[in-house]
Design a protein around this ligand. Structure first.
Ligand code: FRU
Length: 490
């Protein structure tokens, strides 16, 4: 049946067929979350980009809609954002029926071939019917590439209350550029922001205000995706926390932090127009990595999105950190649940119950004071001996995710070459683990989002066993909830 192919995620967003990369143009309007995405409807590898479109009442169950934006004489449609222009500042709609305005990059192939260096420009389109039909602005582009910057793309917009202006951020090779506009059409350059000496390619920026949890203090977050040398190889999403005065973004720290330590959360960006009485900062990422995205072994479609996530800003003694937690709507996926009494694991313990080891969620508290093992973890396995091992190493203070033996089909050198890791702080007595496993992905959230880790995998046969293990000692688990999860496509 539909969505039953090998490796097909059961509770993550995927296109029904063909190639997908970055999430684009996300906004909430009239009870629906809209998601657009980089889409090539003619092939399962990257090609001339369109914006695919889907909508959802809960960011979990999606309805596929017709393609929103097609390539045109100015070029392909690369990544960008969209805003609900509630006051009709653009004049494209009315106050009664405000326009949705999308900002995107036109990528001109002829210009790229001729090496003109100004082949990426910023354009807009608007919709007056909640996002189904789009009209491109007649005088596109709205931000030409006057400096001839080869990588000049991915415009995303936010409303700045204080200056009563729209602020646009885009990636310009190894930095971002900010622009301001009263109407989403006429843009003035404001400033650059980058790291001295950084020569990596930056993509898909997102700038927005965010309140510190439990206080009224407001900071600004700048998310940027980085195209090489991520902690676990290839591409990943990072962020800075700082202040924005209407002109410049000033980061509190010199280097960025990683939004997700895994290999497979790229181009993560946030939803526009979340109602004030909700107040959450919600986003989604592309669950792949440019190192191998084009050659992962799926046949009908390629790539999935992460689960929708809420970002929370916390103030620590040193600085600020963004936590990522699964959006509360993910709880609607829970079908049957089993709670386990506190128990101890020595050696190995297979988890059994009415859940599928390739489609479940587990929430577990480890009592570190009562745990003697120096390392412990979770293993997913199948009858062919392929496995994926998550290890919490107390001595090294590291989390390891080892997918090197997750398939005998070694479709990519980079995918299998090394164990992934992340720094793990075990300062509290309890380690809180929340893990989502789908057919070909895992998303791990530790201590309510303090660390999160997303990795994909493609076992020859589905994983059919989940076990806990403890090395040299015991593992003491104080609290466990196992959930079987619904699929979203039936
Ligand atoms: C990021 C990216 C963007 C670009 C898009 C093209 O994954 O390279 O910078 O707009 O993909 O599909």
């Amino acid at each position: 049946g539909l969505y039953q192919e090998k490796h097909r995620p059961q509770f993550h967003f995927t296109p029904e067929a063909k190639w997908m990369n970055d999430p684009n143009g996300m906004y909430y309007y009239k009870g629906k979350y809209h998601l657009f995405y980089q889409f090539y409807p003619d092939s399962t590898v990257w090609g001339p980009m369109h914006w695919g479109h889907a909508e959802s009442k809960d960011m979990i169950n999606w309805e596929h809609l017709p393609i929103a934006l097609y390539p045109d004489s100015l070029g392909l449609i690369f990544s960008g954002g969209a805003v609900v222009d509630l006051n009709n500042t653009s004049g494209f709609g009315t106050k009664e029926n405000p326009p949705i305005v999308a900002t995107f990059t036109h990528h001109n192939m002829a210009g790229e071939k001729a090496k003109t260096n100004d082949f990426q420009t910023q354009s807009i389109a608007y919709s007056l019917d909640e996002g189904t039909e789009w009209t491109k602005y007649e005088q596109n582009p709205v931000i030409p590439n006057t400096e001839k910057i080869k990588d000049f793309r991915d415009p995303k917009v936010v409303w700045h209350e204080k200056s009563q202006k729209w602020i646009l951020v885009l990636a310009a090779y190894d930095k971002v550029k900010l622009y301001a506009s009263p109407n989403l059409i006429d843009w003035n350059f404001l400033s650059d922001f980058g790291i001295e000496g950084d020569t990596r390619l930056w993509e898909c920026p997102d700038l927005f205000p965010i309140k510190v949890e439990g206080s009224d203090e407001e900071k600004w977050a700048l998310i940027v995706s980085i195209q090489k040398d991520a902690p676990n190889g290839g591409t990943a999403t990072s962020y800075f926390i700082g202040d924005f005065d209407g002109k410049e973004f000033k980061s509190d720290v010199k280097d960025q932090k990683w939004l997700d330590w895994g290999a497979d959360n790229y181009a993560f960006v946030t939803w526009n127009n979340i109602p004030e009485n909700d107040g959450r900062i919600l986003g989604i990422g592309w669950m792949s990595n440019w190192q191998y995205a084009l050659i992962v072994p799926t046949e009908k479609w390629r790539s999935a999105m992460t689960l929708p996530r809420e970002l929370q800003l916390v103030k620590t003694e040193l600085d600020y950190s963004l936590l990522s937690i699964p959006a509360q709507e993910t709880q609607s996926l829970r079908k049957d649940s089993v709670s386990l009494d506190p128990f101890k694991v020595e050696g190995k313990h297979v988890l059994e119950g009415s859940f599928s080891p390739s489609q479940f969620e587990i929430v577990m508290n480890i009592d570190l004071k009562e745990t003697t093992a120096q390392s412990f973890g979770i293993e997913l396995k199948n009858g062919l001996g392929e496995n994926l091992v998550i290890t919490f190493d107390r001595a090294e203070e590291k989390l390891y995710v080892d997918r090197t033996n997750s398939s005998t089909n070694k479709f990519s050198e980079a995918f299998f070459s090394k164990k992934h890791s992340a720094p793990l702080s075990l300062k509290d007595d309890i380690l809180k683990i929340q893990l989502f496993v789908d057919a070909s992905s895992l998303e791990l959230f530790l201590n309510d989002g303090e660390l999160n880790f997303t990795d994909i995998f493609f076992p020859t046969e589905k994983f059919d066993t989940v076990s806990l293990f403890a090395n040299d000692g015991n593992l003491n688990i104080s609290d466990t909830n196992m959930y079987s999860l619904n699929g979203i496509w039936n």
